[in-house]
Design a protein. Structure first.
Length: 311
């Protein structure tokens, strides 16, 4: 059980948040009147009261809202909670969608004291159910639903696609196939064939969004710009190349050119990352072959599976 210590909003992006005594949470939007509301996964941000107090104890005189947080919550170590955790506040219900955030440009707090806790200790939520909230309200933490669908992200690697010179057909096809298989596809990205941006996005999706599955398409061939396998290896804690080898073996029954694929597969924390080919035809063939088997591995990674495959 926790407590709301402060409610903060800003009517315009890029401006400091100010405190309110009460507010209205709007379903699938955020806090009414807050400029950061919208149909995305970072509708309401939370930061722990304890983290702010620890920061203040170092000599920093900061007000609630100074870190860009919407709700200051006492009683939780928020950045240690799994994505999918829900927070009940009266009739309102929030679901945790991301841990921390990327800091592209240091905020005023960082420039003042040389540190900011929001990127590593703040969390973001979506509003599943709206309702009125006020300072002092109790917050009940609920665990992630045991039967929630697997989450997935799709990353297409294409220099021409990223420049708008070629339509990405493989990424949307992967998204469609995943949704038809019951996955919740939370993000689809189109990136140039560059190692550093790809690594950064895979790390973000695995660590902050905690998606169960990342599928990449493209960048697995012999071209000097094909860096997807190297980027994947660099971010993985453990490799799981039986998946990539299985796809390759199956694809070679269709075309001998499949032996030229350098695709790999591996695990970062509790996220499985699988490289797929670049062509829509090969993507469809690969996914239809591998998806039925992946569920068992994802169940084990998520801690909801055992020795027997899901029925």
């Amino acid at each position: 059980m926790g407590t709301i210590k402060a409610i903060c909003i800003s009517e315009q992006r890029g401006t400091a948040k100010h405190e309110l005594t009460c507010a209205e949470l709007v379903q699938d939007w955020g806090i009414q009147g807050d400029a950061h509301g919208g149909k995305w996964h970072r509708q309401v941000s939370l930061l722990s009261f304890e983290a702010i107090e620890e920061f203040r104890a170092k000599g920093a005189n900061v007000a609630f809202g100074a870190f860009g947080e919407n709700l200051v919550a006492e009683g939780f170590e928020l950045n240690k909670l799994p994505v999918g955790t829900r927070f009940q506040i009266g009739e309102a219900l929030l679901e945790l969608t991301q841990i921390g955030k990327e800091c592209h440009s240091h905020c005023a707090i960082y420039h003042q004291v040389g540190d900011c806790i929001m990127p590593r200790m703040g969390v973001f939520t979506q509003v599943l159910k709206g309702g009125k909230i006020q300072v002092g309200d109790e917050i009940t933490m609920l665990p992630p639903e045991a039967d929630r669908p697997f989450t997935a992200a799709v990353i297409t690697l294409s220099d021409k696609g990223a420049k708008g010179e070629r339509e990405d057909k493989s990424g949307p096809l992967i998204e469609e196939l995943l949704k038809n298989a019951g996955y919740n596809v939370v993000e689809c990205l189109l990136l140039p064939d560059e190692k550093a941006p790809l690594q950064r996005q895979m790390i973000r999706l695995a660590d902050q969004r905690q998606v169960n599955l990342i599928l990449t398409t493209g960048g697995t061939g012999f071209s000097p710009r094909d860096i997807t396998p190297e980027a994947t290896i660099a971010v993985c804690d453990r490799m799981a190349n039986g998946i990539a080898e299985g796809i390759r073996a199956y694809s070679m029954t269709i075309t001998p050119r499949a032996m030229l694929s350098r695709a790999v597969s591996g695990i970062r924390k509790q996220t499985l990352i699988v490289n797929l080919p670049g062509s829509p035809k090969a993507v469809k063939e690969s996914l239809e072959f591998v998806l039925p088997t992946l569920e068992h591995g994802l169940d084990i990674l998520r801690g909801t599976g055992g020795e027997c495959a899901r029925t």
